[in-house]
Design a protein around this ligand. Structure first.
Ligand code: GTB
Length: 218
């Protein structure tokens, strides 16, 4: 059965691929699973039909028959469990790949989100200029640790896995800040992820939505 995911009708990033539906699209492309997309406006996300799928009124969601999921990590894990290619079959390697999925979302992404909030929502506050370097340093500290762990390996733990898919997706959000370029091995790691044909297809699909000509009214 073809799953249906939700995505922004019009992403605030205008197709840079930073909204989280790109992670889900990428996972589906990696495993070769075709999918449908339901585009939702910011208003529709807060209405009952969407809240029934996502209690926090966000994207992405994932529907497959009777199953409705929200939370990108859970959706990517579900896809990785149902199909081959995103999690190793060896039990130990699989557990480690899942650990990297959690590490991406629970340890590396929070300071990056904090930096984005600081830049987007706090720039006009009188204390913003003093706080920003502290927030940047927290991101830098995590990237430094991750960079040391990765060293000159291609992926975090052997072959590419759902852990790398989420980690690359999270790191992509640091690019605009310039912080990623302070760690050449992480910048190369992200570039390897972006070069994967499955990522390219996922990126192109979300770009198409976000660069479409507006439909004429009526
Ligand atoms: N923990 C949830 C998950 O991982 O699925 C978080 C989901 C989430 O934050 N969704 C965002 C959303 O629906 C879109 S991805 N926001 C609308 C709302 O909360 O009302 C976050 C996002 C949005 C925009 C950009 N951008 O423009 O660069 C990047 C990322």
């Amino acid at each position: 059965m073809k799953p249906t995911i939700t995505a922004f009708e019009s992403s605030p990033d205008r197709g840079l691929g930073l909204a989280r539906d790109t992670r889900v699209r990428w996972a589906l492309e990696e495993v070769g699973q075709p999918y449908e997309v339901r585009l939702v406006s910011f208003r529709a996300m807060k209405e009952p039909a969407h809240l029934a799928r996502h209690p926090f009124g966000q994207i992405p969601t994932y529907e497959e028959g009777d199953l409705a999921l929200f939370e990108t990590g859970s959706i990517v894990f579900h896809i990785a469990e149902r199909h081959g290619g995103l999690l190793p079959s060896d039990a130990g390697a699989r557990a480690r790949a899942i650990t990297w999925m959690f590490a991406a979302l629970s340890t590396v992404e929070p300071p990056i989100l904090e930096l984005q909030s600081a830049v987007v929502h706090e720039a006009d506050k009188p204390w913003s200029a003093a706080r920003l370097p502290l927030v940047k340093d927290r991101v830098r500290a995590r990237l430094d640790q991750l960079s040391r762990h990765l060293g000159d390996a291609d992926w975090l733990d052997g072959a590419f896995s759902a852990g790398d898919l989420l980690m690359v997706s999270v790191l992509l959000r640091t690019r605009r800040s310039g912080l990623l370029d302070e760690f050449p091995n992480l910048a190369a790691y992200v570039a390897r992820g972006e070069a994967r044909p499955a990522y390219q297809r996922a990126f192109a699909a979300q770009l198409e939505v976000n660069t479409r000509e507006p439909r004429p009214a009526g």
